[in-house]
Write a protein that binds this ligand. Structure first.
Ligand SMILES: C[S@@+](CC[C@H](N)C(=O)[O-])C[C@H]1O[C@@H](n2cnc3c(N)ncnc32)[C@H](O)[C@@H]1O
Length: 215
């Protein structure tokens, strides 16, 4: 594992016991949960689907995704061992709907090619050390007619919002090794046709729908 990945993995191992508490912090959590729940709805999960939540963290999305359909499978993956352990405590599948959590590095994934019908990534592409590698692996493991939903952060459209954005960006970099200013849409466009579905907080938070490029 590269030095940067070791750092990210141990950083998120460290944060695991506190992650849900921070994530559920009043005020901000209401919005975050709302955006995440909407992103899950954009998956349009249907019976038979095999869905991946990449960079699942503590697995917050997994019960929400599994409520959307009855037959198929939901897999959460993360590079952090402790996050994986925590996420496993939240899932309980049925005979028809399998839910599992695996430790996997999305930049060099162990999943087979053309494997998933749908992939979701929330606040994950800004944390993966190498977006290009992660995007190319997502393109590889997604079925040709598959779909990926990405919820993430970027620079605001109006410069006056930088007063809010820059302190958040700096703390996200220090505490989460997260790069809120990355141009995720541009990076994904190398492999996917990308459509913006929603924008929030002056474009600082957005949801993308990605289909594999046909050319
Ligand atoms: C900011 S958290 C987001 C967690 C969750 N998706 C959410 O919305 O709360 C980013 C997650 O990506 C994981 N991660 C970072 N690099 C990764 C990689 N190369 N492969 C898989 N997961 C990775 C981290 O361990 C962390 O749990």
């Amino acid at each position: 594992m590269s030095e940067e990945k070791e750092k990210i993995s141990s950083r998120y191992d460290f944060w695991t016991p506190f992650y849900d508490a921070v994530d559920n912090f009043p005020l901000f959590s209401r919005y975050q949960r709302g955006w995440k729940k909407k992103a899950v709805k954009h998956l349009h999960a249907s019976d038979g689907d095999r869905i991946l939540d990449v960079g699942t963290g503590t697995g917050q999305l997994l019960p929400w995704i599994s409520k959307e359909f009855e037959k198929g499978s939901v897999i959460g993956s993360d590079i952090s061992e402790k996050m994986v352990e925590k996420a496993r405590t939240k899932v309980d599948g049925t005979d028809d709907l399998k839910i599992e959590v695996v430790q996997d590095d999305i930049e060099d994934s162990s999943f087979p090619s053309d494997h998933f019908d749908k992939i979701i990534a929330t606040f994950a592409f800004t944390t993966f050390p190498n977006v290009d590698k992660a995007a190319s692996e997502c393109a590889r493991i997604l079925k040709p007619d598959g779909k990926m939903i990405v919820l993430d952060t970027g620079k605001p459209e109006k410069t006056h919002a930088n007063i809010l954005f820059y302190p958040m960006m700096v703390s996200a970099k220090i505490f989460g090794r997260t790069h809120m200013d990355r141009e995720i849409k541009k990076e994904l466009s190398e492999y996917f046709e990308v459509k913006t579905l929603e924008k929030n907080m002056l474009g600082m938070v957005y949801t993308l729908k990605c289909k594999l490029r046909s050319d």
